[in-house]
Design a protein around this ligand. Structure first.
Ligand SMILES: [Zn+2]
Length: 252
């Protein structure tokens, strides 16, 4: 079969599919518990502590299942479960054709499943309004969408506003994603972004700065080894400092 790619409107189709799932599950407001959604959709969740990957879906004895590597309900686990729910749903779609695509495979499938996981934990129908009401304040949104990670919430903002999301890990910019149409804008880190990053990094407090047709919001997502006890080894026992920036540019 020829290489089939996702149609340009696949996100819209995914958001609609998520709406249906929420209705079936009687979920009427955030946060969305992916474990609960899986249970209501009648997927069995299994634990395999030897598992090297985050999770996978399976079908055994006529029952659909999702296998994860631990029973903990971290944001990462919610995302993994949501991703596997998406694999089940999109696979069943595939028989009738998902978004005009006969069968999703490989990268396309992963991309669609990640988009659907993000949508499921932060449904468009609520997230867009909450984000605008709270002026895209990451920490406020985290209180509402508590089953999604700070990082996932920041990326979700790209769908509902023209902005750039930059992630700094331990002082280094590791990810930079933009939803601004004009591509060359924001290619390089702006001096005000550097200033905002420095301020947040040093103070451990949120900071906002604007000027020069640019507005930058910054938030600390720090894991301090001495405060997280048993998880310290996960970060090598060292402090781990993530700073997330959201940048708006006046493109007029
Ligand atoms: Zn997958």
């Amino acid at each position: 079969m020829a290489n089939l790619h996702l149609p340009h409107n696949y996100i819209d189709i995914i958001e609609e599919e998520v709406s249906k799932i929420l209705e079936i599950c009687f979920i009427e407001y955030p946060p969305v518990d992916a474990f609960l959604v899986a249970e209501k959709l009648n997927y069995e969740i299994g634990i395999d502590e030897e598992l090297k990957t985050r999770g996978y879906k399976r079908r055994r004895w006529g029952k659909d299942g999702i296998i994860v590597n631990s029973p903990s309900k971290s944001e990462r686990k919610h995302f993994t479960i949501a991703h596997e729910i998406a694999e089940h749903r999109l696979a069943s779609h595939a028989t009738g054709g998902f978004a005009g695509v006969d069968k999703l495979t490989g990268e396309d499938l992963e991309k669609a499943c990640n988009a659907m996981a993000s949508s499921l934990l932060m449904p468009a129908q609520w997230f867009e309004m909450d984000a605008k009401t709270h002026n895209f304040d990451l920490l406020e949104l985290k209180k509402i969408y508590s089953t999604a990670s700070h990082e996932a919430i920041a990326y979700r903002m790209l769908r509902f506003s023209e902005c750039i999301i930059t992630i700094f890990d331990n002082g280094k910019a590791t990810v930079r994603k933009s939803s601004i149409n004009n591509l060359h804008l924001g290619e390089h880190i702006h001096p005000l972004e550097m200033k905002c990053f420095q301020k947040v990094s040093d103070s451990g407090e949120p900071f906002t700065v604007s000027g020069d047709n640019v507005r930058v919001q910054g938030w600390p997502v720090f894991k301090l080894a001495k405060r997280i006890g048993e998880s310290a080894s996960y970060f090598g026992g060292n402090d781990w400092k993530r700073v997330i920036l959201r940048t708006e540019m006046d493109t007029a």
